[in-house]
Design a protein around this ligand. Structure first.
Ligand SMILES: C[S@@+](CC[C@H](N)C(=O)[O-])C[C@H]1O[C@@H](n2cnc3c(N)ncnc32)[C@H](O)[C@@H]1O
Length: 300
C-alpha cells in the first residue's frame, strides 16, 4: 500500500518528551478545556448503529488517550474501551480519573495498535492524531476496524476572541487574521513541525486531502466560551506541547514573550486595556475529522 502525500513521521519524538513527567501532566490538566458532551453524539451519528451493534464486542480504542479526558466522556457509550498512550505519566492520571470497570488503559511504544484485526467499532484520537505516524496508524485502523467502523479525530482551538460585552476582537479564520498570525508565529518560533501546526483550524489539511475515502468529512461539534485574562492565555500557550521542555535563554526570542506582545497589541487595538488581568472571552471550537471504514479504508 502506498501513502503518497501523507506525512510519514517515523522520527517523531515530539510526544515522548513532551508528555512525560508529573509537572507536565499537572499543567496540561489545569489548562486544557473539557471535551463537550456533544462529542458523544458526533461519534454515535457517524456509526451506523445496526452495523456496529452487530459486532460482538462494541469496542472503542482511544489512541493518545493521555490523562483520559476524551476516554471518560465516551466510555459509557461502548461495552469495552481501551485507552492507549506512550506517556506513563498521562496514563497514571487517566487510571485515577476513569474508574470504570469496562475501561482499560495500556502503555504503548509505537503506532502499532495492540488489538485484534476486525475487532473495533471506533478509533478515536483526542487532539493526538498529529503525533502519530500517519501511514502506519491509518493502516492499523484499516486492520482493526470492522466494516462500517469509524476513525474520529477530535480537535479544538481557541478560535474567536471577544470582549466581555460581546464586541469582536479577533477571529482565527478571518482573512489576514492577526490572531492566526501570532498563534502560528508562536508555533513556528517553538520549532513545531508543519503537521503539528496544522492542527489549528486548518484541520489536518494535508492529511485530509490525501485520504481517498469518500466518507471523509469534517464535523463541527460545539463551541465553548471561556473567560480568559492575558495571563491565563499565556498559561494556555505555555502548556502546548512544543513550548514545554524547551528553554529560550534570550527573552527577546522567547515565543511566549513575542506572543504576549502580539496579543496585547490586538487587545489594545480593540479598545481593551491590555494588562495581564484584562479579561476577554475565548471561544473554543471543537470539531472532528471522521472517516468511515467502507470496503476500503480509502488510503491511496
Ligand atoms: C494533546 S494530548 C491529548 C490527550 C487526550 N486525548 C485528551 O483529549 O486530553 C496528546 C497525547 O498523545 C499521546 N501520544 C503521542 N504520540 C503517541 C503515540 N504514538 N501513541 C500513543 N499516544 C501518543 C501523548 O503522550 C499525549 O498524551
Amino acid at each position: 500500500m502506498a501513502f503518497d502525500g501523507l506525512p510519514d513521521r517515523k522520527n517523531n519524538s515530539v510526544a515522548q518528551k513532551d508528555f512525560e513527567g508529573e509537572d507536565i501532566v499537572g499543567v496540561y490538566e489545569s489548562i486544557q478545556p473539557e471535551w463537550p458532551d456533544e462529542v458523544r453524539q458526533a461519534l454515535a451519528d457517524s456509526l451506523n448503529k445496526n452495523e456496529s451493534r452487530e459486532v460482538r464486542h462494541h469496542f472503542l480504542l482511544d489512541v493518545g488517550c493521555g490523562s483520559g479526558n476524551l476516554t471518560k466522556v465516551l466510555a459509557n457509550d461502548f461495552d469495552r474501551v481501551l485507552g492507549i498512550d506512550i506517556s506513563e505519566s498521562m496514563l497514571k492520571v487517566a487510571e485515577k480519573k476513569v474508574s470504570n470497570p469496562k475501561v482499560k488503559f495500556q502503555l504503548v511504544y509505537d503506532d502499532k495498535l495492540p488489538v485484534e484485526s476486525s475487532s473495533t467499532v471506533a478509533v478515536t484520537c483526542g487532539i493526538s492524531f498529529h503525533y502519530l505516524n500517519t501511514p502506519v496508524f491509518l493502516a492499523e485502523c484499516d486492520r482493526i476496524l470492522v466494516e462500517g467502523g469509524v476513525l474520529a479525530c477530535f480537535v479544538f482551538g481557541p478560535n474567536i476572541l471577544t470582549s466581555l460585552h460581546g464586541t469582536p476582537i479577533a477571529n482565527y479564520s478571518a482573512e489576514s487574521s492577526r490572531w492566526q498570525h501570532i498563534y502560528r508565529e508562536f508555533q513556528i518560533n517553538c520549532g513545531m513541525d508543519e503537521v503539528v501546526r496544522e492542527i489549528h483550524l486548518t484541520r489536518y489539511e494535508a492529511i485530509f486531502n490525501a485520504l481517498t475515502n469518500p466518507t471523509k468529512h469534517w464535523r463541527h461539534i460545539a463551541k465553548r466560551d471561556v473567560k480568559y485574562t492575558i495571563k491565563k492565555m499565556l498559561d494556555y500557550m505555555s502548556s502546548i506541547a512544543g513550548y514545554r521542555n524547551k528553554t529560550f535563554p534570550d527573552p527577546t526570542k522567547d515565543p511566549l514573550n513575542i506572543f504576549r506582545e502580539g496579543l496585547i497589541a490586538i487587545l489594545r487595538e480593540a479598545g481593551l486595556e491590555g494588562s495581564e488581568d484584562t479579561e476577554f472571552v475565548v471561544t473554543f471550537e471543537f470539531s472532528a475529522m471522521i472517516i468511515k471504514k467502507t470496503n476500503k479504508f480509502g488510503i491511496a
